[in-house]
Design a protein around this ligand. Structure first.
Ligand SMILES: [Zn+2]
Length: 264
């Protein structure tokens, strides 16, 4: 599941392969960008903002700067290959863009919200985001302030709202609330220490920067990486009660009914 850490890792892979390099070809396979040709543009950097990816390029004229925006949502991915290497077998119809440099090929599969804007206008695409848990602009007080501004929203839904803070998806949402002993339907105003919730989320995402296995337990062994996420009907690692699962908003929430009791 692409959450903030996965997107950060993806940005880094793209940056390492492409930054400083001229594109020798580009192939956009979405109707809106089908006529765009970035051949000759130089990749300046690849960065993440919450769960959004921005690939910044210098146009061939050496003056204009453009940013290619993409979002992975549930199923998108960027893959980087050595030039001439075989691509992993993804269905060709899911390829949205192919960028080539002398040494590498970057292939974007199932990307969402693919858009090209002048770099100075990136804010039109990511300006709504709250402080980025893995970004240089991280501001815990501001994230807490934004959460607290919606006191009647459930804490689980508030943590997923990227305009409050950017980077948390369903896995970290479920895990953070378990570790803090918070019932997912608790209204924000009744959560004792929002700063601690947010601080723990940052710590968990940070721990998974630079690796692809997302673990909140400290274990990287298969089946041992989470406390509640994707563990419905399995015993809680603390109390042995069976983990429950329910729809909440448009997403699934996992929780332990004993470790995360509803407020009295
Ligand atoms: Zn429990």
């Amino acid at each position: 599941m692409p959450e903030g850490d996965t997107v950060w890792n993806t940005a880094r892979v793209l940056h390492r392969a492409l930054a400083g390099c001229r594109l020798t070809a580009s192939d956009f396979r979405v109707p809106r960008l089908a006529t765009v040709d970035l051949t000759g543009a130089t990749v300046l950097e690849s960065v993440s903002r919450g769960k959004h990816l921005l690939l910044r390029l210098l146009e061939p004229d050496g003056e204009g700067r453009v940013s290619l925006h993409s979002h992975l949502r549930m199923d998108g991915a960027w893959r980087v290959y050595e030039a001439g290497a075989r691509w992993a077998s993804h269905p060709a119809h899911l390829i949205r863009v192919v960028l080539r440099t002398h040494d590498h090929v970057a292939v974007g599969h199932h990307l969402h919200d693919l858009a090209l804007v002048p770099t100075g206008q990136e804010e039109t695409l990511v300006g709504h985001l709250g402080p980025d848990l893995l970004g240089p602009d991280w501001d815990e007080d501001e994230a807490v302030r934004r959460l607290a501004a919606h006191p009647d929203t459930s804490i689980a839904e508030a943590l997923l709202d990227q305009s409050n803070l950017a980077g948390i998806g369903n896995l970290y949402k479920s895990e953070v609330l378990y570790l803090r002993g918070v019932w997912p339907w608790t209204p924000v105003r009744k959560v004792a220490n929002l700063g601690a919730v947010v601080g723990l989320a940052k710590k968990l995402l940070h721990a998974n920067q630079g690796r692809w296995t997302q673990s909140t337990t400290g274990s990287l062994r298969r089946g041992q990486t989470t406390y509640v996420y994707n563990r419905r009907t399995q015993p809680c690692r603390r109390c042995g009660t069976l983990i429950e699962e329910a729809e909440q908003g448009e997403r699934i929430t996992f929780w332990c009914p004993v470790c995360q009791p509803a407020p009295a």
